[in-house]
Design a protein around this ligand. Sequence first.
Ligand code: T46
Length: 131
Amino acid sequence: MASFVQLPNVVDFRGDLTHIEAEKTIPFEIKRVYFIHGVPVGAERGGHAHKNLKQVIIAAAGSFTVSLENSEGREEVVMDSPDRGLYLHALTWREMSNFSPGTVCLVLASEYFSENDYIREYDVFKEMIRI
Ligand code: T46
């Protein structure tokens, strides 16, 4: 049920260069980019879903675990490769944990930030995916 986006990666003796082209590599128009970093050991993030937002999340550095749930079921994904994006569709509950020290989580989002788009109550989310 988790879907991934493979990011083109150019390797030479100087290292790797991973590139992203809006609407070519990413299956939606990118309206917002943010990144999560400086996560303390043991901290967890997420714990919500979104009504309409689509996102691709990338472990640009380090690694973390994403627990996903949607109408198809649950899955746990380890993100540890900078050239692999996890496509988070709307109505997907996500919890992020096991951040390694120095992790940078890069996120490409289909919409501008809106608090109204969040579903923060798990019971409400479960009700919404039953319909
Ligand atoms: C997701 C994971 C990967 C903003 O002001 N602008 C923004 O673009 C975002 C994403 C957040 N904020 C504010 C809202 C909160 O006051 O930053 C604070 C922390 O946001 P949030 O609790 O949503 O952060 P995470 O790490 O729990 O979740 C975020 C995304 O919301 C979520 O969709 O997939 O990053």
